[in-house]
Design a protein around this ligand. Structure first.
Ligand code: FES
Length: 262
């Protein structure tokens, strides 16, 4: 008879386990998915071109504070920014959703397993014996998630505005495939942001008896519904925000054609 899983987890060597299922599959897929997104989004942020097409702007670059496109809120890159530093409008924004996802409760559990193998999966031997947890530096910084949540509202509302503007063509109201791409993007990101564990706490976690507050109770139930599929929203929105950038980039480069549906 094999050893109990908790004995193997504490005393086994790295990767040792009595599990017989494909425990390595999920962390491997997470590793590949995250790595692909990090490499692509970093590359896209440095491009500083092909991020707008007609009424569309890539979500990696929005809100565009200073830039050369017609979407820029405050005009071109200001002179007081050092000229020797590489610049892209994405640099001013992308750190917000980046840190929001990095400190997300779901993603933490996922990348602790897939990138640090700490442990690689439940009841599988890990490579180190010490454990500092999230009460010491640097992981205590994960507690800033609630602040990145608040900044993420601003970014999300900016993306909602972009989705609305994506229906406004020079000839008037219209629907392009890009309009649908950006609309789906804000729906998926909304499902992710408003299903956040920290947001759920903000909505109802401070009441002793939330059923005594009917409106907050309804909101709490709605957030709990989104929260129950937080992992799915996290992956769907991550994939789609990357695809939205790819779509606009390829249209701007003339490789894809943006079909007008209306
Ligand atoms: Fe995942 Fe807040 S816990 S976004």
């Amino acid at each position: 008879m094999s050893a109990a899983p908790d004995v193997v987890w504490k005393n086994g060597k790295f990767g040792q386990t009595s599990r017989r299922d494909a425990w390595w599959l999920s962390p491997t897929l997470v590793f590949l998915g995250f790595s692909a997104f990090i490499v692509y989004s970093t590359w896209a942020a440095f491009q500083n071109q092909y991020y707008t097409f007609g009424p569309y702007i890539s979500p990696f670059y929005s809100p565009e504070l200073f830039g050369s496109s017609s979407h820029a809120l405050f005009g071109p890159k200001p002179h007081w920014l050092p000229g020797f530093l590489p610049y892209s409008p994405a640099f001013l924004i992308l750190w917000i959703p980046g840190l929001f996802r990095l400190t997300c409760y779901y993603y933490r559990g996922a990348y602790y397993k897939s990138f640090w193998a700490d442990p690689p999966a439940c009841a599988v031997g890990e490579p180190r014996k010490s454990y500092l947890g999230e009460r010491s530096f640097p992981l205590i910084m994960q507690n800033y998630h609630r602040y990145f949540l608040r900044l993420s509202y601003i970014v999300w509302f900016s993306l909602v505005y972009d989705a609305i503007v994506s229906f406004r063509f020079p000839s008037g109201f219209g629907i392009g495939v890009g309009s649908l791409v950006l609309t789906i993007n804000v729906i998926l990101l909304g499902g992710y942001v408003f299903g956040c564990h920290a947001f759920r706490h903000l909505i109802g976690g401070t009441f002793d008896s939330i059923s005594e507050h009917p409106i907050r109770h309804k909101l709490y139930n709605a957030v709990s519904f989104l929260n129950s599929k937080h992992k799915n929203w996290a992956w769907a929105s991550l994939f789609w925000v990357g695809f939205s950038d790819i779509y606009i980039r390829l249209c701007a480069m003339g490789i894809w054609h943006d079909w007008r549906l209306f």
